[in-house]
Ligand binder design. Structure first.
Ligand SMILES: CC(C)(COP(=O)(O)OP(=O)(O)OC[C@H]1O[C@@H](n2cnc3c(N)ncnc32)[C@H](O)[C@@H]1OP(=O)(O)O)[C@@H](O)C(=O)NCCC(=O)NCCS
Length: 167
């Protein structure tokens, strides 16, 4: 079971994180998704971080959180408008230690504070089981084009519990 890890930390994204997060993005895709996607699909997907300034701009325009393990960035996740989880990428060396769970816990709380009614994610086939385990329910399968490649994803939703009004 992924338990609270004493060496795990969480903080907002800073512009100077861009290089290391681009590297985590690429390595995560190339090392963790090979059972679900071909190498050509992985390369096309990972190329979204080829321009680090453009990648940093995307992260800066979303609510992006950086997770650290023993003080080093180990993964990141971002929330866009409408409670949509846009990115979730964990460094392979940090996988299986509860880093993604900590990031998504935080995004769910932030989305709730922004009064989102639900969380939405277009999950990779690699991440789908992670989200289903957290109560996300599959709505539809998608085929998205990335460069010359088609990638299958699944849209999942998780309703956020309505909080009782304070009286
Ligand atoms: C999917 C991913 C985010 C999971 O990250 P992680 O840090 O290894 O996950 P955690 O350690 O936080 O896992 C939390 C729980 O989910 C479970 N889990 C993780 N990945 C799972 C999967 N693919 N299927 C089913 N359960 C999964 C873990 O076993 C753990 O369960 P536990 O609490 O009972 O121990 C990571 O593998 C990744 O970055 N993949 C490649 C990039 C990607 O596909 N990103 C998603 C884009 S939408």
């Amino acid at each position: 079971m992924a338990t609270a890890h004493p060496k795990l930390g969480l903080r907002p994204f800073l512009p100077e994180d861009a290089d290391v997060l681009a590297e985590i993005f690429r390595t995560s895709i190339m090392d963790l998704t090979g059972e679900d996607y071909s190498e050509a699909q992985q390369q096309a997907w990972a190329s979204a971080a080829d321009s680090v300034p453009a990648f940093a701009k995307k992260l800066g325009n979303q609510l992006t959180l950086v997770a650290s393990l023993e003080g080093s960035p180990a993964g990141f996740a971002s929330l866009g408008p409408g409670g949509k989880i846009e990115m979730l990428y964990i460094h392979p060396a940090a996988a299986g230690q509860g880093v993604a769970a900590m990031l998504v816990d935080a995004l769910e709380k932030l989305a709730g504070a922004r009064k989102a009614e639900k969380l939405v994610v277009d999950a990779s086939d690699t991440a789908r089981g992670f989200f289903e385990k957290r109560g996300y329910v599959a709505q539809q399968r998608n085929s998205i084009t990335v460069g010359d490649e088609w990638l299958a994803t699944t849209t999942l939703h998780k309703p956020l519990a309505a909080k009782p009004e304070a009286s």
